[in-house]
Design a protein around this ligand. Structure first.
Ligand SMILES: [Zn+2]
Length: 170
């Protein structure tokens, strides 16, 4: 029992360290105006793999990410901007946390992968939002919430800087 508990503690600490590292990296990569599209581009540069973001209609999931051979593809369900931002931040959080890295232990669910129009043979890793109730999902959602708040904060600040009347109020 003790060994299991120690192991659990070790994994918890590792998870927290991964979270802090991912958070730090995201704050570094996020532009001063908080723009999420620019964050996507910078994260792709950092990872050395292109990231494609697309919106889809009629999907039953708010977001999903596919790691293909040469590209990571994020699909988001069309929604009001606030919801889209949260869904995008959630998928970016998975990438930042390394959940789609080749050596991650996230299982490739071929049954889910077959729901897409992509040949399953070319899919390396696959994550679907809320399909699993796992620590990975919880960590991604937690990081997504932090990222969205920071993006909003930076956007407000940038707007104040560009609006001279707002400047006078400070
Ligand atoms: Zn997720």
């Amino acid at each position: 029992v003790r060994r299991t508990r120690n192991r659990q503690k070790l994994e918890e600490r590792q998870g927290q360290a991964d979270f802090r590292a991912a958070h730090r990296l995201a704050l570094q990569l996020m532009p001063a105006d908080g723009d999420l599209s620019a964050l996507v581009d910078r994260l792709a540069d950092h990872r050395g793999r292109p990231i494609i973001v697309e919106t889809t209609q009629g999907a039953s999931l708010s977001g999903q990410t596919l790691a293909l051979e040469a590209v990571d593809r994020i699909s988001l369900l069309e929604a009001p901007p606030g919801q889209i931002h949260q869904a995008l931040c959630h998928e970016l959080a998975h990438l930042l946390l390394g959940h789609l890295d080749e050596d991650s232990d996230n299982p490739l669910d071929l049954a889910l992968a077959q729901l897409t129009d992509i040949d399953p043979a070319t899919i390396r890793k696959f994550l679907t939002r809320h399909a699993y109730d796992t620590p990975q999902e919880a960590a991604a959602e937690r990081l997504a919430t932090v990222l969205r708040a920071e993006s909003d904060r930076r956007a407000r600040k940038a707007q104040q800087r560009s609006d001279p009347r707002a400047d006078r109020l400070i």
